[in-house]
Design a protein around this ligand. Sequence first.
Ligand code: ACO
Length: 493
Amino acid sequence: MILGWKNFKLTMGLPSPVELSPPIVLQPSSTQKKVRKRECSFTETFLKTLIRSGRTFVYPFTPLSIMSDKASLNFGDSTYSLNVLIGSENEKALDVRQLRKDSGLITFDDGYGNTGSCESTVTFIDGDKGILRYRGYDIAELAEKSNFLEVCLLLLNGELPSSQELTAFESKVSRFQTLPAEVLHAVQSMPGGIHPMGSLASGLQALGGACPHLCTNDRAQDIANFEDAAALIIAALPALAAANYRKKVGEELRVSDTSLNYCENFLSMMFAKDGDAPVNPALSKALDVIFLLHADHEQNCSTSTCRMIASGGANPFASLAGAVSALWGPLHGGANMAVINMLNDIHNSGDDGSKFIQSAKEGKSRLMGFGHRVYRNYDPRAKILKSACDQALEALGVSSPILDIARRLEEVALQDPYFIDRKLYPNVDFYSGIILQALGFPTDTFTVLFAIGRAPGWLAHWKEIAQTGKRIHRPRQIYQGANLRPYLSIENR
Ligand code: ACO
């Protein structure tokens, strides 16, 4: 809806096959064969070769610092001494890596709220202080001064790019935004009832299938071609989303326009009609900010899924397809969609929000877009999005009754002891849905937009696991099922 595209012309035509740099094919040396046996760990020599080839960037971990103070655990007649590890922001962790071997005990942490699953250099969050930093840069400063594609390179490579690197990346992404014909066909041949997130996950697998040399499940090979794979995935996700949407509304996908920036091109592929005016820059900027704010969020459900899949040696396309599926759920990326549904329900029922707040306090409903496992003070992204939301609605010249309800819910909840005691504040999804709806995105595509924004984060974590992960991820459990019992033949059940 709402976007004006007057006098805006695009040539229609069949998408051309994606242009990629020549694949790097590595001949396995005896060292690499040995490395593969050791569950995807890589020798320093091998990584140095890749760095020298200019095709990859390794952001090294400094060795973990160990405190001189130790923790001790008494169990039975034994005392176990545990190292305390310190991260670069001074966060402390008990090192239990030897615990099971030494004591036979495992740790139990349902939901992983107290478990550090890895070392990472990508993102730092201090939930109590409301801090979020990508590679050391504060999210508010990035939202003000940077843009999504620059942040993609920051996350992928560990450093802000030079202007040359940024231009090269932008042009690569722009060229890759045309889907290979077979991928477009695959996405548009799926059952009509498929959810956009299901289509996106399948589309990623199809994209990998169209570029098999980028997803070999041979670690060395996949790392060597990672730059192309990452640019292709970042470029293709908006096109996959638009392909699914255009099919649903019975329109042909518009050809990607290399003269437009990333967000303008996405909006064009989704909504533009012949003769429409170019998109208002304030709107593509609002979308860019949404992507940037979602770009990474350390070890959340979908990122942990991506890392888990990657730890088994799977390629980036497969790992991200899994992450997309994990993001789909309403308690994670599906929350932005759930927020709009909740606000619409409140609006349609004639409630001003007070009855809904009451039912949330009684546990009969949940205030979607509120609360966060990590942020217990405020979500810094929500603050930025609240003002982005005001600006986008002003640029569109529309008012939103559900925005008024959202503001009221926030105002009431922030003064209510139920929410204060439980440290429940608006999260990033509380306002993003309102902006996306105003931009014309159907509610069921909101989580897809989250996925597009999160892709560089998932890719950065894939790369981290590929370059530094030593072991396949494999948690333990406390078995609570039946003890050994004899098989009963079917006539005796
Ligand atoms: N509305 C009402 N009560 C809530 C809410 C909420 N949104 N969130 C938590 N609570 C209550 C719980 O009922 C619980 O109350 P109790 O102590 O009386 O039993 C207490 O607060 C703690 O809640 P948990 O569910 O244990 O918190 P957890 O850290 O496991 O969950 C989550 C975090 C999933 C985000 C939760 O707050 C929620 O469901 N929020 C709504 C969904 C949402 O917005 N998700 C998006 C998260 S951000 C993201 O993924 C990008």
